[in-house]
Structure formats: structure tokens, C-alpha cells
Design a protein. Structure first.
Length: 323
């Protein structure tokens, strides 16, 4: 590939890929590649000393064709035969970018990290083990904030756009991906340590809103900083939120609203006005309005972070400002 090509998919013309590198490129588990080699005779043309596999550009072309077909619903055995029939001598020199652009079922990702493309491919194939592994790798390598903003969220948005434009297809992809994103976020949320006399942060979706993944990401990111949280999840009734705030005396309340139809400025103002403590030393929570549903809503005294990173910085700053 010429200089200035697709940085997410560097040329493999000179150096054959290892099995691990190829698995990351395709969005599959290394065990899947070994299984395909054993069952369907789609294996590497080169083996280095010690029987280490090295995958050539022609091998990559075959496996990309295999992934395209399985992603569109073709059984693996049939996909392997079709991929081998379709592969020709030109496959070795065909630019990877052109091959990828013709993949049926490809998600509209745009300019994203390589990990994002691998995750999308695994999700479209409904390859749950690969999805889980790639999410764990992203969080482990980059931390929650970057993993959410640059890997998880772009892939979720691409699945949503694909669903909206394809007549309710790919709903199963969105459900599987959402489940595993939630699992990865919870799995990587540290257990809280002893927190004496430290007011927590309340996280909740407004009544009628079911979109919990963004505040699950926030909960995990705050946990990485050792900040105390109380997660209440989806569609929390206003009465229940009020009761929780009075019982907990939180430092802040994060209210997520995905749509304007669910955003409730009166609820936000009501929660911001709750006070507790002895007379002369009463406190009240900071209110954080998160999510696109609050766009255009007057936010008297409320914080309006634009990104997960902004929300983490703002909430951490509340604790740093404490005497």
C-alpha cells in the first residue's frame, strides 16, 4: 500500500502476520483461526522455525473472504469453499482497503481505531468470545475512558446506524454487543474500598430512559479513580431518586437523558434544591446533566459535560475541591 494509505490496515506485503496479529486484524479469536485451519484447510502458507504460523497476503485475502461470508450468514464450511474458489493470484496484490470496502454487512465506521473495526466484525458475526476478548483488551490497554470513547461507542453507534438503515436487521448484533459492553464495563469496575465520610456520586437514567451504557462507562471510570458511586440504572422514578438523594447526601447526581422527550428540567431543579445537614452547614448536590437529551435545555447551576472524559474530570474536581 502506498504511503499515506489506511493507517488502520497497514500493508502486509513485506512481513507475514503472526496468528495473533491476524486475529486482531480480522476481529476473531486465535482459536477460531486454528479451528478453520483444522476443519477447512485454510491455513498459513508459511511456518517459521518451531512451527510458528506466518500468514501471507494471500492467506489474509482468503480469511477476509471467509469472514465476509460468515458475517453475511453463510455457514463456515460453505464459506471456506467459496473463499478458496474465489481466491486467485491477484489476491496477493489486491489492496486491503478495496477488499474490505466490498464486505457485505460491513458497518459504517469511518475513521476509527483498528480495534474498533475488529470489534465490529466480531459483533456482526455474533462471535461472542471474540467480542468479549477484544473489549477486555481495549479496557486493559487504554483504560475505560479511551476504550469507551474510541472503541465501544463508535462501534455501538455504527450498529445503530446499520439497524436504522436496513429495515430492522442487525438488532441481534446490537443486543449482543450491548450485553458484552455492559459486562466488560462491570467486570473492570474496581471494588470500592473503605470510604468513610465520603459522599458518593449518584448515577441514574431519568424516568422513561433505558440507555444505561454511558453511565455504566462513567461508573467504571470513576471506579478507576477510587471515587464512590451509587448506580441506579435505567428509568429511575422521580420519587425513588428523591428518596435516594435524601438518604445518601451525594456529592453529585448524574442524570442521563438520551432523548429530549425524557429529559426533565423540573426534576433536575428539584434534585439540585435538596439540602441536608444541620442548620448553618447545609449542603446540596451538584447536578450533572449528561446525554444528548439535555441539548438546548437551560441548565441553571448544572454541569453539562460533552464527553465521558469531561464528566470524569468535572466529578473528580468536586472531590479535589473539598476542604
Amino acid at each position: 500500500m502506498p504511503a499515506g494509505g489506511d493507517a488502520a490496515y497497514p500493508s502486509v506485503a513485506e512481513v507475514p502476520l503472526t496468528t495473533g496479529a491476524l486475529a486482531r486484524r480480522l476481529g476473531v479469536a486465535p482459536t477460531t483461526l486454528r479451528s478453520w485451519e483444522r476443519r477447512y484447510d485454510i491455513g498459513p502458507a508459511v511456518r517459521a522455525e518451531g512451527r510458528h504460523r506466518r500468514w501471507t497476503p494471500r492467506d489474509v485475502a482468503l480469511l477476509e473472504a471467509m469472514c465476509r461470508l460468515t458475517s453475511s450468514g453463510v455457514p463456515p464450511a460453505e464459506a471456506a469453499q467459496a473463499a478458496k474458489r474465489a481466491a486467485g493470484p491477484q489476491a496477493e496484490h489486491m489492496p486491503v482497503r478495496n477488499r474490505r470496502s466490498q464486505a457485505p454487512g460491513a458497518l459504517p465506521l469511518g475513521d476509527v481505531r483498528q480495534e474498533c473495526r475488529g470489534l465490529a466484525r466480531a459483533a456482526v458475526r455474533l462471535d461472542a468470545p471474540a467480542v468479549e476478548r477484544q473489549l477486555a483488551d481495549a479496557v486493559g490497554q487504554y483504560g475505560t475512558v479511551v476504550a469507551w470513547q474510541e472503541v465501544m461507542a463508535p462501534t455501538l453507534h455504527a450498529v445503530g446506524r446499520k439497524w436504522a438503515s436496513s429495515g430492522d436487521r442487525y438488532v441481534e448484533v446490537e443486543h449482543l454487543l450491548s450485553w458484552h459492553v455492559s459486562t466488560a464495563l462491570r467486570r473492570h469496575t474496581p471494588l470500592p474500598g473503605p470510604q468513610v465520610d465520603i459522599s458518593p456520586i449518584v448515577l441514574a437514567c431519568v424516568p422513561g430512559d433505558q440507555h444505561t451504557l454511558p453511565i455504566e462507562a462513567l461508573n467504571a471510570a470513576l471506579g478507576e479513580l477510587g471515587l464512590p458511586t451509587r448506580m441506579f440504572g435505567a428509568a429511575v422514578p422521580a420519587e425513588a431518586l428523591t428518596t435516594a438523594v435524601r438518604r445518601l447526601g451525594p456529592a453529585a447526581i448524574v442524570l442521563w437523558a438520551q432523548a429530549r422527550s425524557t429529559a426533565s428540567p423540573p426534576l433536575a431543579r428539584h434534585l439540585a434544591d435538596i439540602r441536608w445537614g444541620v442548620k448553618g452547614a447545609r449542603r446540596q448536590p451538584s447536578v450533572v446533566l449528561a446525554g444528548p437529551g439535555w441539548s438546548g435545555t437551560p441548565a441553571r447551576g448544572a454541569l453539562r459535560p460533552a464527553t465521558l472524559a469531561d464528566a470524569v474530570d468535572a466529578l473528580a474536581g468536586l472531590y479535589e475541591a473539598r476542604p
